[in-house]
Design a protein around this ligand. Structure first.
Ligand code: PLP
Length: 371
C-alpha cells in the first residue's frame, strides 16, 4: 500500500538526532519557554525573513492571538469584519470568531483555490478591517495585488501560513510569513515542517505587535509576577522546539523534493477525467498536498484504493455547510461547494520512492470512468 503519508517513516530519518536531543532536553531541567524556544524563534524568524517570531501552542491559537493582539492595541474592535476564503480549513474561520470578529466568506479562484483581489474587492464594506489570506495547499495567494488593495482600503492583512512554510513570492522577493502584517504557522505533525505534537508560530515585523503577542501567549505577563493584560496559555512547548530545531534546516530540501514530485505528476498525469492543479512553476508552492479534481471522486478514490494507493480529501465539507456553523447553511458559494465535491489529494511527501510516484502516475492514467 502506498500510504497517503507515513509519519513514522518521515520522522525515522531524524530518529537518532531526536533521541539525542530528547536526552539533553530531559537533563536540562528546563521544560517551558527555555533556550530551545528562543533558538527556534530566532531561526524561524531568520528563515522567514521577519524581525520577530513568537512560538505558540498551535496554528489556530496563533491566528487567534494575532487578532486578539490587534484588539488589545486598538487596531481592531469586537464585531469588525475579516474577509477570508470560503473554502479554507475551518480553523481559519474559527480564529476570527474566537477573537470576537466577524468572518466574511469570499469565493476562491477555481484555478488556484485561493482568494484573489478581484473577488475580495466585491466584499469590502465599511466594517471590513482585515483580510485573512490563506495560502491553501501550500500555494501563495497573489500577494502583490492583495497588498495594493489593502493599502487602498487601509486594511490589515494576516497570513494563515499553516500549509505554506517556505513558499517564496518571487514578485515580492519574500517568503510566506513575511507577506503581511502578521502570519501564523502550524507545525502539526503532518505539515511540511511538523513537530511531534501540536506547535505553532507567529511571524511579524511589528515590534509592538510581537511584544503584545509574547505577553498574551503567557497570561499577559511582563515579568514573573506582573501581568499588564489579560492573556492565555498558548506557549510553544520547549520539547517541540527541540524537535523543530532539528527539522528546520531540512525544510528547503524537503520542499524542493515535493516540487520535483509535483512536476512529475503535472508532466505525466494525462487523463481527461482528472483536472490537475494550477502551478506557475516557481517556488510560490510548497505542495503541502497535491490536489486533483474529478467529477468521479468516489469512484476514483475506490479505484486507487483497489490499486493500493491511499488518498485523502481536503476537505469534504465546506465550512459554511458544517454543523458547527449552522447559521451559514443558507449561504451559497457555488465555486467553493464544487471544490469540496471534487477535490482529492494524492500522496506527496519528500520521502516517496521513485517507483511509488511512477505507479501513481500509471494507475491514474489507466483510470477509465464507467459512468
Ligand atoms: C489552513 C489551516 N489553518 C489553520 C490550521 C490550524 O493549525 P493547528 O492544527 O496547528 O491548530 C490548519 C491546520 O490544519 C490549517 O490547515
Amino acid at each position: 500500500m502506498i500510504k497517503f503519508l507515513d509519519l513514522k517513516a518521515v520522522n525515522k530519518r531524524y530518529e537518532n538526532d531526536l533521541k539525542k536531543a530528547f536526552n539533553n532536553f530531559l537533563n536540562s531541567g528546563q521544560y517551558i519557554l527555555g533556550q530551545q524556544v528562543l533558538e527556534f524563534e530566532r531561526s524561524f524568524a531568520k528563515y522567514c525573513g521577519t524581525n520577530y517570531c513568537i512560538g505558540v501552542s498551535n496554528g489556530l491559537d496563533g491566528l487567534t492571538l494575532i487578532f486578539k493582539a490587534y484588539m488589545a492595541l486598538g487596531k481592531l474592535k469586537e464585531g469588525d469584519s475579516v474577509i477570508v476564503a470560503a473554502n479554507t480549513y475551518i480553523a481559519s474561520i474559527l480564529a476570527i470568531i474566537n477573537a470576537g470578529l466577524k468572518p466574511v466568506l469570499v469565493e476562491p479562484s477555481p484555478n488556484t483555490f485561493n482568494i484573489d483581489s478581484k473577488e475580495i474587492r466585491k466584499y469590502i464594506s465599511d466594517k471590513t478591517k482585515a483580510i485573512l489570506v490563506v495560502h491553501l495547499y501550500g500555494q501563495l495567494c497573489e500577494m502583490k495585488s492583495i497588498t495594493e488593495l489593502s493599502k487602498q482600503h487601509d486594511l490589515l492583512i494576516v497570513e494563515d501560513a499553516a500549509q505554506a512554510h517556505g513558499a517564496f513570492d518571487s514578485q515580492l522577493n519574500k517568503k510566506a510569513g513575511n507577506l503581511s502584517h502578521a502570519a501564523a504557522f502550524s507545525f502539526y505533525p503532518t505539515k511540511n515542517l511538523g513537530a511531534l505534537g501540536d506547535a505553532g508560530a507567529i511571524t511579524t515585523n511589528n515590534k509592538v505587535l510581537a511584544e503584545t503577542i509574547s505577553k498574551l501567549r503567557n497570561y499577559g505577563r511582563i515579568s514573573k509576577y506582573k501581568n499588564d493584560i489579560q492573556g492565555v496559555n498558548n506557549r510553544l512547548d520547549e520539547i517541540q522546539s527541540v524537535f523543530l530545531n532539528i527539522k528546520l534546516p531540512y525544510l528547503d530540501l524537503e520542499n524542493a523534493k515535493r516540487r520535483i514530485i509535483a512536476k512529475r505528476y503535472l508532466d505525466n498525469i494525462n487523463n481527461k477525467k482528472i483536472v490537475l492543479p494550477y502551478w506557475d512553476g516557481t517556488e510560490n508552492h510548497v505542495f503541502h498536498v497535491f490536489v486533483i479534481r474529478t467529477e468521479y471522486r468516489k469512484e476514483l478514490q475506490d479505484y486507487l484504493l483497489k490499486n493500493k494507493i491511499q488518498t485523502l480529501i481536503f476537505y469534504p465539507i465546506a465550512p459554511h455547510k458544517q454543523e458547527a456553523l449552522k447559521e451559514w447553511h443558507d449561504l451559497s458559494f457555488p465555486i467553493t461547494e464544487n471544490i469540496h465535491d471534487q477535490v482529492l489529494s494524492i500522496p506527496i511527501n519528500p520521502y516517496m520512492k521513485d517507483d511509488e510516484v511512477e505507479k501513481i502516475i500509471k494507475v491514474l492514467n489507466k483510470y477509465e470512468c464507467f459512468y
